[in-house]
Design a protein around this ligand. Structure first.
Ligand code: GLV
Ligand code: MN
Length: 197
């Protein structure tokens, strides 16, 4: 969904002080084959977070040749029980290939219908742009999928964090208690969990 390129390539100059929508191009005279290949996913997942997920993003910031190409990838690896918690991508549709394990994939439409499947290696799923989705490893072993996005920088916003752990100030308690239909004690408890997280 990103704008179409007007040239063969525009490898991002991530250090440029110019502020534009995307990144300015590196000087084409400095471009070599190396710019168009990314080896970061040759390393096995080894950086699992507290929810048992290793998320390796390959957006324009990791792979500058993606600048203006309107595409990017993530590798998402799970330990047993690992959860990629409910989140959205503000700028992209997600098309993913499961390569290992058994993964409960769900997403929620704007009519609040959940579409879901327990997925195995070789299967694909599609998440419409901007909608809430999650993945849970429900198998006995590790699990993995590779996500592709139609944006060089899809962005990710995790719902729990957006509600309970933001700066420079928290969402007012009156907003949270009314929106979530619970009392202050429960809000305080969840906030304290996210603060330690
Ligand atoms: C998976 O949903 C991801 O965003 O990588
Ligand atoms: Mn996603």
């Amino acid at each position: 969904s990103d704008p179409s390129p007007l040239q063969d390539f525009c490898v991002a100059d991530l250090k440029s002080p110019l502020l534009i929508n995307g990144y300015p191009c590196k000087n084409p005279s400095k471009i070599t084959s190396k710019d168009f290949f990314y080896e970061g996913l040759t390393q096995n997942p080894n950086n699992y977070d507290s929810l048992g997920v290793d998320l390796s993003q390959v957006s324009v910031n990791q792979f500058p040749a993606l600048n203006t190409m309107g595409m990017s990838m993530n590798r998402v690896a799970f330990q047993p029980g690992g959860l990629n918690p409910p989140h959205i991508h503000p700028r992209a549709t997600e098309l993913s290939l499961v390569t290992e394990g058994k993964i409960f994939v769900g997403w929620i439409s704007t009519d609040y219908v959940m579409y879901w499947k327990i997925m195995s290696a070789g299967e694909l799923f599609i998440i419409p742009p901007g909608l809430v989705h999650f993945q849970l490893n429900v198998g006995k072993g590790n699990a993995r999928f590779y996500a592709s996005f139609n944006s060089q920088k899809p962005g990710i916003q995790i719902l729990g964090q957006a509600l309970f752990n933001v700066t420079p100030m928290a969402i007012p308690d009156e907003v949270l208690t009314k929106a979530l239909l619970v009392n202050q004690t429960i809000i305080d408890l969840i906030k304290s969990k996210f603060a330690q997280h």
